[in-house]
Design a protein around this ligand. Sequence first.
Ligand SMILES: [Zn+2]
Length: 396
Amino acid sequence: MQLEYEDFTEKTREPRLNRPYGSPELINQTVSADDVRDGIRVVVDDEMAFDAEKIANGTYTPITGFFRKDELDGTIDKLRLPNGLLWTIPLILAPKTLQSRIKKGDRVVITYKNKDIAMVDVDETYHIDKTRIAEGVFGVNNSSHPNVKELNENYGDTAIAGKTYLISPPEHVLKRYELTPKEARKRIFGLGFKSVAAFQCRNPPHRGHEYMQRAALENAEALFIHPILGKLKVGDYKPEVIYHTYDYFVNEYFPQDRVLLSPLLISMRYAGPRSAVLYAIIRRNFGCTHFIAGRDMSGVGNVYNPFAAHKLLKESEVELNMKFMFFNEIGYCKKCEQTVSDRNCNHPSEQVKISQTAIRDMLLNGAPPPPEMIREDIAKKILEISSALGGPFVTD
Ligand SMILES: [Zn+2]
């Protein structure tokens, strides 16, 4: 029998999923458009718009507002907020152009695509040192790193800190598919699950992803596939391609009542271990108890040791109250005739590496990628969805 989620929570009267991080309740801060008529308008780009919404809707619980200077410094220097809580990626509001001088006590209204989306009760303004943020958070000060490029191109020099309230969610082509932490918890509660594994991704599913997802479903009762699709970098698959391919994959290959899919509309942070911890915290706020961590999680180029993310997650396991499921390199073994990892197959010379880059190149060149890397119907689906969008990859 399937219980309605209201019945379920009513009957148990206790949280069965993981509690939000660092707070007894999910952060939920909203304000009506009527209340902010007199606010000072500041225009922002995608990253800050998504972050404003996610602070206000509890995705970043226990964060209640864009960072003060002491929060930024603590995050960079100690991976800690001033209250001692583990936190790895700063959330900074520093619009490129500020029309007026903003000071403590002002009400700032964040506008995105000509719409008021959020309001900040200004607590502090301060100068940011972009070099320090780039080196401290992303490990390099070089605009070939997508987040450093974003910082240099789309952030100004003055940050505005303060409690942040949602007026209206920012637009996105996948907005209608996105679940808030509250909505996702209700869905998972509704199915009665006590353990849920989160899968972080930013690509359509290949055989290596599927291997990890199936392994996760042996350990947790449900799987939450949560691709980050807010803002991707040039050369990545377009968000619609990733989402709709996943939707097809989940419907076609997984038990419907055990797998939940939602896009996560924030910008991808390629900060290796720091990103891995942020991504785990976000999934804990969605109620997840388990978190799947592949090799070189959230890495870019050769900036991070491929196992640095595993190491930091391992050290944080107790504090984050999550079970991490680590995976090494996954490949197809011709001798075993199946997808394997080096933990369960003894034929390294028989293994074909599953490479996203190789799949991408083959799709670009019109060559079908081998089914050992990506299912034939998935590759077909990618091309089918892409043809309506003028190509599979982000070009600007
Ligand atoms: Zn083998």
